[in-house]
Design a protein around this ligand. Structure first.
Ligand code: NCD
Length: 313
């Protein structure tokens, strides 16, 4: 498999070519099939994944954990930040150097500081996967998002995707934008109140995708194959009153969608707060739990690829 151009670390989707996703998704399909008949495989037997989550996580941490166990490896989790020496003032750098000293085969790191995964990769000998660095990037979320879209639509070429919500603070939509840009004739509609619109650094990095911006989804919905919704990133607001003001500024439910005859597939990285009403969950267009489930298989394929590349080097 063609690894990311920045070699073994997975820090960003910016430089990842489409051939990488194509190979990763073939591997994902293969593992998925094998796991239909066996509960645990042996591809990564004897390998250790270290998970270091310094911001809350449910899906990313758990799906990486399940993924490594399913392919025969072991996982050591850093545990809650409050229980670690970070709480005594130890630096991120010292913590990463120490964990790397225990010689894990791969490390997943999540931290609120943009650029922290790159910093960890510079320090560590083990390959580092960015599990989310502040509002910057979340590359493995983009991988599972693309995988889910491709399964539904057959191809990503020509896809029309609405990215809606707190785009200003979102790391999932930036990584997803860079990844979508590698496919042909993709249209991305950034849908958000002006205060939450996509960061210019994200749009400026795109070289292929057709880009439009809108404040509301009403007129955009009929054009879309997928509507990807994100929550308001409360923890990234400097001013709590600003969060309260914008809370509820975009919400989807059955009633709001009922005026449209053609509906896009609804996606969401989760967790949701109040932007996606649970009354949508039983609709066949609701794909967010499928995304979360796919995450385990895509991450298993990624871990397998990284571990086998480092074993053979
Ligand atoms: C996302 C994240 O952490 O960026 N969650 C996830 O990994 N599935 C989205 C979010 O927290 O809003």
């Amino acid at each position: 498999m063609n690894n990311s151009p920045s070699e073994r670390d997975v820090l960003s989707t910016r430089g990842i070519p489409r051939s990488y996703y194509e190979a990763l998704f073939r591997e994902t399909d293969g593992l998925k099939k094998e796991l239909e008949t066996k509960s645990v495989l042996s591809s990564c037997r004897g390998s250790i994944l270290a998970t270091v989550f310094m911001e809350p996580s449910t899906r990313t941490r758990l799906s990486f954990h399940f993924a490594m166990v399913k392919i025969g490896g072991e996982v050591i989790d850093f545990g809650p930040v409050e229980a670690a020496s970070i709480a005594k003032g130890e630096t991120f750098e010292d913590t990463m150097r120490m964990i790397d000293g225990y010689a894990p085969d791969v490390i997943v790191v999540r931290n609120k500081v943009p650029g922290s995964a790159k910093l960890a990769a510079d320090i560590c000998n083990a390959p580092v996967i960015n599990g989310g660095d502040g509002s910057n990037e979340h590359p493995t979320q983009a991988m599972l998002d693309l995988y889910t879209m491709q399964k539904i639509r057959g191809s990503l070429d020509g896809a029309k995707i609405g990215l809606m919500g707190d785009l200003a603070h979102s790391r999932t939509t930036s990584s997803l934008s860079y990844a979508l840009d590698k496919f042909d004739n993709v249209s991305i509609f950034y849908i958000a109140p002006s205060e939450l619109q996509v960061r210019s650094e994200v749009v400026n990095a795109l070289s292929h995708a057709h880009v439009e911006k809108a404040e509301t989804y009403e007129n955009i919905i009929p054009k879309l194959d997928f509507l990807y919704v994100t929550r308001l990133q409360k923890e990234r607001f400097v001013e709590p009153r600003e969060y309260e003001r914008l809370k509820g500024s975009y919400q989807l439910d059955r009633a709001s969608l009922s005026k449209h005859s053609k509906l896009p597939f609804i996606m969401h990285p989760l967790p949701r707060v109040d932007e996606l009403n649970p009354d949508l969950d039983t609709l066949p267009i609701a794909k967010y739990f499928e995304q979360a489930k796919n995450g385990m298989y895509v991450r298993a394929a990624l871990l397998k690829q990284i571990v086998s590349a480092s074993r053979s080097s």
